[in-house]
Design a binder for this molecule. Structure first.
Ligand SMILES: [Cu+2]
Length: 161
């Protein structure tokens, strides 16, 4: 086998691996979403919030929308202190610069899940799809766990309208 044949085979293997990755909807090559989690919600709760980290290994991108089968809506929000009160604002998109990871975390940016179809139960997980302007859709599993963080409590519940 000469070198050229070898590199052609290697390319085929890479292509096959890429096709497999795409079909199983693992994160797109450039965008890495890690540590996705959400707090459990009490029975009957309509809203929840999902958190994660985004690392961009490619060119600058924007997170433009989110969706999940567990909720009617999944919106990009940010919680901020305004006059001593935690308030939430809607974000049209979130810039994800190359090489500077950003965090979605309690008391900060989050994906707001509205119209929950059932409570988020500790120990379970659910899919969340994040759509990027360049990178396309990235599907992650969000694990539900009770974790302290930020201001504590559920500041995301106090929606400023
Ligand atoms: Cu919110």
């Amino acid at each position: 086998m000469n070198e050229r044949t070898y590199s052609r085979i290697a390319a085929c293997v890479l292509l096959a691996a890429g096709a497999f990755a795409a079909s199983s909807a693992v994160p797109a090559a450039d965008i890495e979403v890690s540590d996705a989690w959400a707090r459990p919600t009490p029975p009957g709760a309509e809203v929840g919030a999902a958190y994660f980290k985004i690392t961009n290994h490619g060119k600058s991108d924007r997170l433009v929308s989110a969706s999940s089968p567990v909720a009617k809506r999944a919106d990009l929000h940010i919680s901020q202190m305004e006059g001593g009160v935690m308030k939430m604002r809607h974000l049209d998109s979130v810039e994800v610069k190359a090489g500077s990871p950003i965090a979605f975390e309690p008391s900060g940016r989050h994906v707001m899940l509205t119209g929950l179809k059932k409570p988020l139960k500790e120990g379970e997980s659910f899919p969340l799809v994040l759509k990027f302007a360049r990178g396309g859709s990235v599907k992650v599993q969000v694990s539900v766990r009770n974790e302290a963080g930020g201001m504590g409590g559920h500041p995301e519940m106090n929606m400023a309208r």
